[in-house]
Design a binder for this molecule. Sequence first.
Ligand code: EPZ
Length: 438
Amino acid sequence: MDRLLISGGRKLRGVVRLSGSKNAALPTMAATLLSPGRHRLRSVPDLQDVYTMGRLLEHLGAVVTLTDSAALVETSGVEGFEAPYDLVRTMRASVLVLGPLLARYGRARVSLPGGCAIGARPINLHLAGLERMGAEITLDRGYVDARAGRLRGAVIYFDVPTVTGTENLMMAATLARGTTRLENAAREPEVVDLAGALSRAGARIEGAGGSVIEIEGVDELAPLDHTVIPDRIEAGTFMAAVGITGGEVLIEGAEPGHLDAVIAKLGEAGIAFQAADGGLRVTGPERPRACNLKTMPYPGFPTDMQAQFMALMSIAEGTSVIRETIFENRFMHVAELKRMGAEISIDGSVATVKGVRSLSAAPLMATDLRASASLIIAALSVRGETTIDRIYHLDRGYERIDEKLRSLGAWVERIEPDSGRSGPFLVQRVGDEGRGHL
Ligand code: EPZ
């Protein structure tokens, strides 16, 4: 199992290019199930979760080719409709095939994803919406078993703005009979990106990015041909890393419009931002200032940046109060940060962080994707060697982050077990030796 060795205390300096957004690439890959033909998705990040989605699409009968930054998906041969547990349990976003399979084939059998480290992660809102569109859904031995004739348009209200719930039902609605209205929809840039990809393939979608999205069903869609947006959470992660080391970095590809809340909050902490050609120049302070935080659905501060922000606050001047409102167990990074000397107390969904002058190196263990990033950020501030175990969590959502950090002057080394594998993937990625299949 790979681990990272980090020797911190160095300011980050230089230029880093963002990868495509994981949380935009995954729904767009699922959307290829809506129509036959050759779909072309560019700027797809080289991540374990993308690989898993590719395997799932191949399991359903598609032919998937992943190159260094693109996904070619041929779906004419899709005839399966089952997303098996052994794939879904490793990636919850597998649930995104539910809407497209039902819309295109009238049949889907998708394993219930089960909980994960950060929370129960129910999909009741996905299922309730599909039932309102005419699907018959039963739960059978841990699987969602769904059947439908042609789905029909409906008005669907989400109790909470669910990102993948909005995406699943938006995709289902593109081929339904009539018009679907999603109310209290998620407003994330990844939802807008998916709507753009679908619209260019012939879908009729209005209002994506707002709380009400209207989709007028059509009879068929063309194959997707789309470039995925940059990863705003990767951008925020690098911003927090610059903030904690006091460096200066140009983050190429960063879209300020996707990061208003993050820029505002990190600005309050003393990080300076300057629009620069094709990205954002970020400058860290001598020492960050403590500030309070509450995670909210977009356009509020993203829950996916909470752990990274907490690492920054752990050495800030003053005390910060961080409230996590989206997931019920997203403080898994706290115990590890405390082992580095952070002074953090938790009361329910609220963490109080008393900034210390400096943390100390310690052997650490990653527990989930964003907690891993949090530990890296903390370790970058510490002289001395910190090791982080179980970084397979990290490889799910950050493309070669150790290489990117090294290019900014950080001392980060990936230590592989005696397997001698060169990276996180079990199967050799298709790279410059030409195309291949998963
Ligand atoms: C998406 O997850 C992201 N994943 C998550 O990113 C992100 O943390 C989350 O949105 C919130 O922004 C992808 O886009 C692949 P939700 P999702 O449905 O869609 C409750 C990362 O680190 N809810 O928006 O699964 C749910 O329990 C990952 O990249 C229901 O109650 O999250 C939560 O409290 C982690 N019933 C809230 O809604 C439902 O049917 C928001 O969850 C669905 C959700």
